[in-house]
Design a binder for this molecule. Structure first.
Ligand code: NAP
Length: 261
């Protein structure tokens, strides 16, 4: 049966829209005609992204900390209609063996990547359902499909996110809400600078001799999934740089073979 068509611009909420994949996604969704609501902790950066998103659509900027239930509630209260939720906020902290795990790092990674997605999804689900053609896109990672040395805090969180996405897919069956997970490999963003506590030299080593994905490459995949007809659910897109065959196997211009992140 044909689903009702929405008149006027659809609204997309993008979490973590102040940099990297989220910022690029907000820009490309605006260019595709969505009204975009951008959320993150750094409002100044969100405003810059909203201004650069300009031409194609309109943008609203709201403070959001996905690790804080009250912030999520205040943010979601200000969202009117919602057709698309892109759960992108998150990232990694540290790279250490389990034997030396930093409990605070692990707690933050679970909170931001997994609980943040749960909080946003729970809060906006009624609006997504009410839209008649809602869509949730979770930004996972190859770290949700594979493990690698010293990465357990992050791989555990992204594996958990994968479980949440797949569970949601089951729970939304029969409901007018599509569920997609996009799992990128290496993308050059602020991700590694954040992971290594601001150490830019160490972060640069991650991308040494490699042509990584850009934030726009991932944003393109989000927009493609979001703009399929309502009866088409893109379940999962795994998007790796050509130079990266697995989480650990990365071809670098200056060497070959297995690599450590
Ligand atoms: P990024 O440039 O560091 O962006 C992370 C975004 O998340 C920022 O906008 C940040 O904004 C936001 N954020 C972090 N904590 C937040 C919180 N508590 N509440 C709200 N927003 C928060 O890194 P990125 O690569 O674009 O990462 C985006 C997503 O892609 C993450 O989920 C990451 O795990 C995933 N990913 C990245 C890669 C990669 O190689 N880069 C690969 C696979 C998956 P504020 O700091 O302003 O709050």
């Amino acid at each position: 049966m044909a689903r009702p068509q929405h008149a006027g611009p659809k609204t997309a909420v993008v979490t973590g829209a102040s940099s990297g994949i989220g910022a690029a996604t907000a820009r490309l969704l605006a260019a595709a005609g969505f009204h975009v609501v951008l959320g993150a902790r750094r409002l100044d950066r969100l405003r810059e992204v909203a201004e650069s998103a300009g031409a194609g659509g309109t943008a609203t900027v709201l403070a959001l900390d996905v690790t804080d239930s009250r912030s999520v509630a205040a943010f979601c209260d200000q969202v009117g209609e919602c057709h698309l939720l892109v759960n992108n906020a998150g990232g990694a902290l540290g790279l250490a063996p389990v034997a030396e795990a930093d409990e605070e790092h692990w707690r933050w990674m679970y909170d931001a990547n997994v609980l943040g997605t749960m909080r946003m999804t729970k809060a906006l689900l009624p609006k997504l359902v009410a839209s008649g053609a809602g869509h949730i896109v979770n930004i996972g990672s190859i770290a949700g499909l594979e493990v690698y040395d010293n990465g357990a805090g992050y791989t555990a969180a992204k594996h958990a996110l994968r479980a949440v996405t797949q569970t949601l897919r089951l729970e939304m069956n029969g409901m007018p809400v599509r569920v997609t997970e996009i799992d990128p490999g290496m993308v050059e963003t602020e991700f590694s600078v954040v992971r290594f506590g601001g150490d830019e030299a160490r972060a640069a080593q991650v991308y040494r001799g490699v042509t990584p994905l850009t934030a726009n490459d991932v944003a393109d995949a989000v927009v493609w999934a979001a703009t399929r007809p309502a009866h088409v659910n893109v379940d999962q897109i795994v998007l790796l740089p050509t130079d990266q065959a697995t989480a650990m196997r990365v071809h670098r211009a200056d060497e070959t073979g297995t690599d450590r992140l």
